[in-house]
Design a protein. Structure first.
Length: 71
């Protein structure tokens, strides 16, 4: 892990698909983020940041929701 919460991932810079939404784009980063919970105790999640092929803001999704596409 890097000091700013970013973590290495083999698909960074590659074309990926978010399985949940079907969005396709380039994986720009994977970041560890603290997420709130109902109990008030935060939990850590690995979030993938995808820049959509169609442009617009980057999409975030769980790292487990991404798959590589293309070659």
């Amino acid at each position: 892990m890097k000091g700013d919460g970013h973590v290495d991932h083999p698909l960074i810079g590659h074309r990926v698909r978010d399985i949940a939404s079907g969005t396709e784009g380039t994986l720009m980063a994977v970041v560890l983020e603290q997420l709130p919970t109902h109990s008030g105790k935060p939990r850590t999640a690995r979030l993938a940041y995808i820049r959509p092929n169609t442009g617009g803001p980057e999409l975030t999704t769980a790292v487990d929701n991404i798959e590589r596409i293309g070659g």
